[in-house]
Write a protein that binds this ligand. Sequence first.
Ligand SMILES: Nc1ncnc2c1ncn2[C@@H]1O[C@H](COP(=O)(O)OP(=O)(O)OP(=O)(O)O)[C@@H](O)[C@H]1O
Ligand SMILES: [Mg+2]
Length: 310
Amino acid sequence: MSIIEKAAGRIEHGRQERGPALARAAESTAGAGPLRDEGHGAATATAMPPAPAPTPTPTPTPSMPSAPTRRTREVELDLARMQERGLITVAGGRTLLVEDFRVIKRPILKKAFPGGTAVLPSNLVMITSALAGEGKTYCSINLAMSIAMELDHTVLLIDADVARPSVLKALGLPPQPGLMDLLLDDSLDLADVMLRTNVNTLSILPAGTANLRATELLASQSMKALVLEIAQRYPDRIIIFDSPPLLLTSEARVLAGHMGQIVVVVESQQTTQHAVLEGLRRLEGCDNVSLIYNKSRDFAGTETYDYHYG
Ligand SMILES: Nc1ncnc2c1ncn2[C@@H]1O[C@H](COP(=O)(O)OP(=O)(O)OP(=O)(O)O)[C@@H](O)[C@H]1O
Ligand SMILES: [Mg+2]
């Protein structure tokens, strides 16, 4: 059976099971837990002082601050604002949303470190969908926050939707240099553009400066080397890629070629079966394709998600 047939079967299955399908995970509340250093040596306190102003270097675009060299920058996530906007936070307590993403993340974590010699590292997780607006960024941020609450994992959230980046915006942060700059400028190191956050186990790599050759940059050997390095540098790290839609961009297909796991967000009542099947067809040849059934409602006022994997 092809992945398309399997996935289509699962969507149908999920529709029938909506409601009870979303079992609550019988876990204790993860809470903030002990926080660890994620990455470049220096430990970071839970509450950070405001990020110091970056050292100015030649500006890539007028609206974007330039990247300081050899210094991981820090940003303060406004957790109260995130909570207001329906996003998971480490301080948010046990909500339905937190429980939902506990269920969603578990199989992803299980597959992330399979051992052996997988061709592509399974800790590289792409979040995509067929079309725009189906909840890729929402699910990427919530999945990242949920995994960041784990005791044994750290998370790097990469805004790989380089044509229409929205991770920083959704978090209330200004545009920053990031992935595109890293791929274009050999003198930059990941540490120069990666943002550490006040959630100690969560770092962010912004999309960076828009580039007309984005697809070619993502397909380049530099990108291949970068993702491998990111995947292998820390053995407990999960890397979430908020990605462009499969049917509207060429970048998505190229990105998929680097990923060990791909999660396709399907918007309840909106994404047509044709669009899902066409999106999955673009992923033919990719292993580990899973689906999140997003924005489904069991009853008024309650958002649920239904996760299928295989
Ligand atoms: N499960 C959900 N519950 C409530 N709101 C949601 C949910 N999923 C997504 N949204 C909202 O739907 C809108 C679109 O979501 P989002 O920006 O994540 O989609 P996207 O697929 O990333 O879009 P784009 O293709 O433009 O990048 C946002 O306002 C987001 O907050
Ligand atoms: Mg998005």
